[in-house]
Design a protein around this ligand. Structure first.
Ligand SMILES: [Zn+2]
Length: 237
């Protein structure tokens, strides 16, 4: 809540003018700068999520979902060992990228929709565009893992990263555990950011914010996993 300095009326956290006397409360943020916001969200997430909700244009939301989709795609190629279907890494990469862009577009809509509805059920207050931007910017650590870790994984293991014969773990155990471990930590960081974003943007308590994020991830995670398994079975036949 923001208390109006003129008439002392209580206003919503994100109000720019007082509901009662129209006095000025705070500035709107016109645009979001990608690199500045990405850096600030890691450094001071609460303040930065506020800026994201106050932003008039939720810039780069779709770009961040695209990076997330590509990251999901490479994770599926790794998890389901899809490397066996391609002759070389150069044959695999365009497919993983293409599937990733598709997944980015799908998750931008489906993940946001699930998140937005679950948050609303728990009494969340943010609008649809805010929900999408809160999620998109929560995905920054996963984007970092895609841009920095994936190239290292590809250079270290090549095609073996996506096959099981021999398992990549047995080739370079230390590098493998380290890389996959950091990947998992960055994904966890995104989850924590989504919880903070829900707390700030939807104005929910910690407990409800955790529930909203876990339910959304569980719901969409299970759905995506099922869809991926079915697609792989179907293309095997
Ligand atoms: Zn006022």
């Amino acid at each position: 809540m923001i208390t109006c300095p003129v008439c002392l009326a209580e206003n919503d956290d994100f109000a720019t003018t007082c509901i009662k006397c129209k006095a000025f409360l705070q500035n709107r943020v016109p645009n979001l700068d990608l690199f500045q916001t990405a850096w600030k969200i890691l450094e001071s997430p609460r303040v930065t999520f506020r800026q994201i909700v106050l932003a008039e244009h939720k810039n780069f939301s779709l770009l961040l979902f695209s990076l997330f989709g590509i990251s999901l795609s490479f994770t599926a190629f790794w998890y389901f060992k899809l490397g066996t279907r391609f002759d070389t890494l150069l044959d695999l990469l365009p497919w993983a990228l293409l599937v990733g862009l598709g997944l980015g577009a799908v998750t931008a809509v489906v993940l946001t929709l699930a998140y937005h509805l679950v948050a609303r059920v728990f009494g969340g207050a943010a609008g649809w565009r805010d929900s999408m931007a809160l999620l998109a910017y929560s995905l920054i650590p996963i984007g970092i893992s895609l841009v920095i870790l994936l190239p290292i994984e590809l250079l270290t293991f090549g095609m073996y990263f996506f096959t099981s014969n021999p398992p990549p773990y047995t080739l370079k155990p230390v590098s493998y555990v380290l890389l996959v471990g950091i990947d998992a930590l960055l994904a966890l960081w995104s989850l924590v950011l989504a919880i903070v974003g829900t707390k700030v943007g939807h104005r929910l308590g910690v407990f409800k914010s955790v529930l909203v994020v876990i339910l959304t991830v569980g719901l969409i995670g299970a759905g995506l996993f099922f869809a991926a398994s079915q697609t792989i079975l179907w293309t095997n036949a």
